[in-house]
Design a protein around this ligand. Sequence first.
Ligand SMILES: *Cc1c(COP(=O)(O)O)cnc(C)c1O
Length: 360
Amino acid sequence: MILVTKPFLPPISDYHQYVEGIWQRNWLTNMGPLSNDLELKLKDFLKVKNLLFVTNGTIAIQMAIKALGLKGEILTTPFSFVATTSSIVWEACKPVFVDIDPLSLNMDPSKIEAAITPNTSAILATHVYGNPCDVEAIDKIAKKHNLKVIYDAAHAFGVEVAGKSIFEYGDISTCSLHATKLYHSIEGGLIITKDETLLKQLAYIRNFGFDGPEAFATLGINGKNSEFHAAMGLTNLTFIDSISEKRKLLSERYNEKLKALKAVQPKWHQNSRNNYAYYPLVFESEALMLKCYNFLQTHEVFTRRYFYPSLSKSLPYVEEQSLPETENISSRVLCLPLYYDLSIEEVDLICNLLLNAQNK
Ligand SMILES: *Cc1c(COP(=O)(O)O)cnc(C)c1O
């Protein structure tokens, strides 16, 4: 059986070294030494000025919306994981979907202005599969209309645009360090902002709004993460180069073997490189995609219709919106298995099954 993803686990002894330290200090959570160390090491690795380690990637988005004081309508992409949209609703704002570019699969900047109303306060876009949005175009529109920008960069760990971390674009970027992501701390998230005032606000929010033991600076939540999660993050960071190399190797094997398959990959941002977080394919037709999906399943290979259905059509708490490009793409897209433990032989097997399914 081959699943679409499998979390990376480091050698247990590496993790255990950190756990011994936790036992000695008896400091389990609340911005402990391992959490602080992880933040320092990630800042260095990602080349970002500021970063906060939080509970997960969803609360990171919610905290970003709260810290920016957003109200009213937020323009967002319907081609993302549910947390992008649900966080907007959770913060009592209204998601307004902007259709995607059918090549990059990210929010189409040329469709943003038509969706802006006097109630629009921000743009919340996802770098889908780690592929950077057209950040320059989005930034320009945001400035012109005085809108805030949040990037859901859950897929974009380690991605750069023109030599600069993708996390430094927008007012705030968020990342997920969930077990299924490229780099993980079991559960976890990151918030990145260059703005020091905003950073301070976010730090208060992460810790119930506390400003010292008896005073409060603002309305807060529990967005902290534990020393055990930080320990996994620190351990996995020492393997990040081999994780990335392996994913690249497997992705290139897929590329090489699937030339005859009637499916294409998203068009990548021209000043950026793939981080191989996913291996998405947009098939020529939904019929062909389903043929492949089902055939693989009968051979115990599980792919995922990621992202399907469109968020603009499937959430009971959001008004339906018609978005032709998103509906078209999401009906034909499939993510193939991609994870550290996957072997070249397994990739070859998957490729053969796909080509057999197409020829049936
Ligand atoms: C995984 C993911 C999230 C949520 O992150 P969690 O850490 O699971 O809360 C948000 N947005 C996108 C696009 C994701 O893929």
